[in-house]
Design a protein around this ligand. Structure first.
Ligand code: GLC
Length: 773
């Protein structure tokens, strides 16, 4: 869209024409021309519109400053002598200081130079960079399909959004360079931060917030949030390049059910197609796709099909023929004036121009006719960096697309190919199934992709270092606004050792997205492929995923409402905790669970940092106070913890998410302190929650040396739950409690493995449970 602002001031920054616009008091935009005039600003990322309005003033105040603008409590000053910019609020909060020359021309682009403090910390940038915290490096963002990727080199989904957490006061500044070309974020020098475009104008959004949570709320206000996903998308998924023919797919499905390993989705990789022609089926391998998909669905498996962008050049092939008949439906080779030809799985291909609404609409229809109408549940977009086997491995610069009529060379919009493809798949599902919730998975992405799709981290390797690296990627994706993320469990290329697969699935099930995937030339990588011991570990871990779904779904609902990550770095939840700041080998799932994976071989224990409060271990009921502790972590018993005071809703294990109604749910309560928790329920499938067909239950109370008082609040909203009763598990009594009352009446309870358990009828009005120590 073309972003709009409350107030726009045109000026010069040094020799460069510039424009400042205010979205609100915490979000403003500085646009600096690389050439003689400002380029037109269109954005693939921004969706927020200015609302309300605060008082605005604009003066030339002093000899020094040619502009001083105030918008509400925010002040922006530009100095006379050069291109210096300052942004502040209140008396003393300096958010952004770029003393002259704060803006300079470098090559064909524009560079911002801002002051920073050596102890400031940086996060975000999507999949960019080896380390979790980003300082010390120069990051160059350019989405790349490189199967041998090196952690310091380019990845598939790099987001020009940098979070700066100020050491001085913990306040956060978010910088979004809305540049879909190549961008640089140079954080090598402690007292200066440089942000630049390689070519063209620099459009820098500055977002200000008192905390990182508030900053992400603003960032996802600007660029949009994930929608509530369908419940099945949160179950366990199984993939491989590729399961074929049909009999093999059926065999995999049968194996899951026979072995009682829960599974919600099976993926069809490129070999389901006829010669890799998108929107076709291989008639021999899959003679009756609708029959197969229907049978799988009856057994609780959703089918997800890969959809790559490259359209095989083959006049006999209807998709090619139809697209060719329309001028500029394929991306254009600007030198020849004909469609640009690249090479991917099908051989020679042309690439659709997903920046065009007509292309998106027709692609979406084809997706419906050939996939969704046969029962396909989700669409997997790959190779959309865009990938090209021929040099330069993507589009050359002279390829042009519609691009809001701007037709910039490819190098100026490279980053948005995957984003617009994901948008196409999403819009296609919305159009075909208006009441359903789309599920799209994409490899490449740009800022704001969370509106359309989740993002997986692409072709990782079955090596220990990659597993640890993927964890840090997930955390930075979450801090970049993309809450729904995950990596291929077990690693994609190479073959994992049984131990590596076991360790990977031990934490992989706590990712937002839980999928095992493996490359075509690797051994089998199903949970049972590594022998009985690993199978049993995988089953146990996937069962935990299924049990925790009510809690996990609630975390997703929160993420959809606020932009909070699902997997959170410790520093997100505990921003004032110094020890938590750089921790990236542990993570939180929502605010009540913490996972400290074992990321090295032959490791039976590890150091774990417990932030903020005390934590209770999943397997042992051991209780760890705040601080660093060594935790035993034998294979099959990964360090997983619940926060003291958490009230966590759970389900019984089911083999898939639509496996019958559940009458008895578990409420796990963890000593001690103020109790808190929430449960968001809806049908997990449709858009009806938007009109209030959801149920929200809040849990509160306190647990101290007298015992536990738990309040289950009244249910808000009109969704009718299947729950008939709660099985309340109280974790943390030293001895069997003296007695337990529900709604003032004594009840019978059991005392098993130091957990007190009662059954309580579910009441829409809520109820109070009192247990005396
Ligand atoms: C790419 C994808 C991978 C997929 C393969 C074949 O490498 O990243 O997940 O299996 O292509 O489609």
């Amino acid at each position: 869209m073309r972003p709009t602002f409350h107030h726009i001031v045109e000026t010069m920054l040094g020799d460069h024409p510039a424009r400042v616009g205010f979205l609100d008091e915490s979000i403003l935009c500085i646009h600096v021309a690389a050439g003689a005039e400002l380029e037109e600003y269109v954005s693939y990322a921004v969706i927020a519109q200015p609302q309300g309005g605060a008082p605005f003033t604009h003066d030339a105040v002093s000899e020094e400053f040619i502009h001083e603008m105030t918008y509400g409590g925010t002040k922006l000053r530009i100095n006379r002598r050069g291109a210096g910019i300052w942004i502040s609020s209140g008396e003393s909060i300096e958010w952004f200081q770029a003393p002259a020359p704060g803006v300079t021309k470098v090559g064909e682009g524009i560079e911002f130079r801002m002051m920073s403090q050596p102890a400031d910390r940086y996060y975000g940038l999507g999949e960019a960079g080896e380390t979790f915290e980003k300082s010390g490096y120069k990051h160059t963002l350019w989405n790349t399909d490189d199967p041998h990727h090196h952690p310091r080199q380019n990845f598939y989904a790099q987001i020009p959004w940098l979070v700066r957490v100020r050491e001085s006061d913990g306040r956060c500044v978010g910088l979004f360079l809305d540049n879909p070309g190549r961008s640089m974020f140079d954080i090598r020098v402690g007292d200066e931060l440089r942000v630049s475009t390689e070519k063209g104008d620099a459009i820098l959004w500055v977002l200000m917030a008192d905390s990182i949570a508030e900053l992400l709320e603003r960032w996802t206000h600007l660029t949009g949030r994930m929608e509530r996903p369908p419940m099945w998308a949160l179950g366990y998924h199984q993939c491989r390049w590729s399961y074929f023919p049909e009999s093999r797919v059926r065999g995999i499905a049968a194996e899951f059910r026979a072995r009682k390993i829960p599974c919600d989705a099976l993926y069809l990789d490129i070999d389901y197609m006829d010669g890799y022609r998108v929107f076709t089926w291989d008639a021999e391998r899959f003679p009756n796709p609708a029959g197969l998909i229907g049978d799988l669905a009856r057994d609780g498996f959703r089918t997800v099909t890969i959809v790559d962008p490259g359209v095989k050049i083959d006049p006999e092939y209807s998709v090619f023929a139809e697209f060719s008949a329309h001028r500029n439906w394929f991306c254009v080779d600007g030198e020849k004036g004909t469609p640009f030809q690249g090479q991917v799985w099908p051989g020679e291909v042309y690439y659709p121009d997903f920046t065009r609404a007509d292309v998106r609409a027709r692609w979406g229809e084809m997706q419906a006719e050939t996939l969704l109408d046969l029962g396909v549940a989700g669409i997997w977009n790959d190779m959309n960096e865009p990938a090209n086997f021929d040099p330069p491995k993507t589009f050359p610069s002279h390829v042009v697309q519609g691009d809001f009529g701007l037709k910039r060379p490819h190098e100026r919009i490279h980053q948005i190919y995957g984003h617009t493809m994901a948008q196409t798949s999403y819009e296609g599902i919305r159009a075909a199934r208006p009441d359903a919730r789309p599920f799209v998975i994409t490899r490449s992405a740009y800022a704001g992709v969370q509106r359309f799709s989740m993002v997986w981290t692409g072709d990782n390797q079955s090596i220990w270092s990659n597993m640890a690296f993927d964890l840090a990627l997930n955390l930075n994706m979450g801090l970049s606004g993309i809450a729904f993320v995950g990596c291929d469990i077990g690693g994609f290329t190479c073959d994992p050792t049984p131990e590596l697969y076991a360790r990977w699935i031990e934490w992989g099930v706590f990712q937002p997205f839980v999928r095992t995937h493996a490359a075509h030339d690797t051994p089998n990588q199903e949970p049972w492929a590594f022998g009985p011991e690993v199978e049993s570990i995988a089953r146990t871990m996937i069962e935990w995923r299924m049990r925790l779904l009510p809690y996990i779904y609630t975390v997703f609902a929160e993420a959809a409402a606020t932009g909070a990550p699902v997997n959170r770095a410790l520093m997100y939840e505990y921003p004032d905790d110094r020890d938590a700041r750089y921790v990236a080998d542990q993570f939180m799932l929502g605010q009540d669970m913490m996972i400290a994976p074992v990321l090295t071989p032959r490791t039976a224990r590890r150091m774990v940092y417990f932030p903020g409060t005390a934590w209770r271990q999943l397997w042992t009921e051991a209780h760890f106070p705040q601080g660093w502790h060594i935790v035993e972590a034998p294979l099959g018993r990964p360090p997983v913890f619940f926060r003291a005071g958490a009230v966590v809703p759970m389900h019984p294990v089911r083999q898939h998410t639509s496996d019958g109604d559940v009458a008895e749910w578990t409420l796990a309560v963890f000593a001690v302190g103020e109790l808190s928790g929430v449960l968001v329920e809806d049908d997990g499938a449709t858009q009806q929650w938007r009109s209030g067909v959801e149920a929200i239950t809040r849990f509160g109370g306190v647990w101290n040396h007298h015992g536990m008082v738990l309040q289950i609040g009244p249910r808000e909203g009109s969704f009718v739950t299947t729950r008939k009763r709660w099985r309340i598990e109280m974790h943390g009594f030293e001895d069997r409690p003296h007695h337990i009352q529900v709604g003032g009446k004594p009840v019978a309870f059991t005392w098993e493995n130091r957990v007190a358990i009662i059954l309580v009828e579910d009441h829409i009005e809520g109820v109070e449970v009192v247990a005396e120590a």
